[in-house]
Design a protein. Structure first.
Ligand code: ASP
Length: 309
């Protein structure tokens, strides 16, 4: 008997449609989950596939309620149906955020693989079919159980926590941030996050620091969000004006780096209320802070949470 894989489709370029043969000028999130699967006949040799259309959108329009719905569906299917693994198809722009969210919230050892594509399904040489095939093979293989959510892209498989989109156009745009690789980080069945019963996540604003960046942005973000993530310069730095604005924040503040690589360490935090993001990129730090805020606002607790996930 072949492994049974549930493919949960959310849209993106992998489901994009445009002028036949063209790589650009297409509309993402058009083609249905069923058509995506039937366009890759090799999939049927690997697994029995069940398709679920969760949504069909450009991943820049992804929302917290869709994240919660997606994680809930995976949790329900992993308990109630005889499903051996899961594949999520997704736009590449925010794929790393969704993959990390699932890595922290799905409660199953069964393999969950997130994939997408840089070229629409109607391109002369689309990359979606190979990415999808690799994802289904990985999800169907018992070897990937218990390893946390994975991302399959351009012939490679890597952990969700370290997945990043690093190029606007290259076929291997979604890749692995090797400097962030920390295999001991907790995931899936070992996390403290419970999304059952949640409808929305706390709101977190990410602020990018640059020379002369207006400190009023910090005050604005703090009074209009439940938490703030700073994409600081270098190892998580900013001006003296931002420092005093951050110290006045009444909501939790996490400091990450705009450099794209390398750690931001707790011992170098200049504001007593700041939590270091470690090796998490700003958008990923925002995912973890949103989930952490469902449990605590305490700085010490947040430092603990950023140290283990
Ligand atoms: N804008 C698209 C999306 O994220 C890009 C892609 O999928 O490559 O949905």
């Amino acid at each position: 008997m072949k492994p049974r894989i549930a493919v949960l489709a959310t849209g993106g370029t992998i489901a994009g449609s445009g002028q036949a043969g063209k790589d650009t000028g297409y509309k993402p999130g058009v083609i249905s989950a069923e058509s995506l699967i039937s366009s890759v006949p090799a999939l049927a040799e690997v697994a029995d596939i069940q398709t679920i259309q969760v949504c069909n959108l450009n991943s820049d329009d992804m929302t917290d309620s869709i994240w919660i719905d997606l994680a809930q569906r995976i949790n329900d299917l992993s308990r109630e149906l005889d499903t051996d693994g899961f594949v999520v198809t997704h736009g590449t722009d925010t794929l790393e955020e969704t993959a990390y969210f699932l890595n922290l919230t799905v409660k199953t050892d069964k393999c969950v693989v997130v994939t997408g594509a840089m070229r629409p399904a109607t391109a002369a040489s689309p990359d979606g079919p190979a990415n999808l095939l690799l994802a289904v093979e990985a999800a169907a293989s018992g070897a990937n159980r218990g390893k946390g959510v994975q991302v399959s892209f351009a012939g490679r498989l890597f952990p969700a926590r370290e997945a990043v989109k690093r190029h606007t156009a290259a076929l291997d745009a979604v890749t692995m941030d090797k400097d962030a690789l920390e295999p001991g980080r907790l995931h899936t069945t070992s996390t403290e996050f419970d999304i059952s019963g949640l409808k929305a996540l706390p709101k977190v604003t990410v602020l990018y620091f640059n020379v002369d960046a207006d400190p009023a942005l910090v005050a604005y973000a703090a009074s209009n969000s439940d938490g703030v993530v700073i994409a600081g310069a270098g190892a998580g730095e900013f001006s003296l004006l931002w420092k005093s604005a951050i110290e006045k924040c009444k909501v939790p503040v996490v400091v990450s780096s705009r450099t794209g690589c390398g750690p931001v360490l707790q011992e170098t935090m200049v504001c007593p209320n700041a939590v270091a993001a470690g090796t998490l990129q700003p958008a990923k730090a925002a995912v973890l802070l949103r989930l952490a805020l469902t449990r605590t606002r305490d700085t010490k607790e947040l430092i603990r949470i950023f140290g283990i996930y």
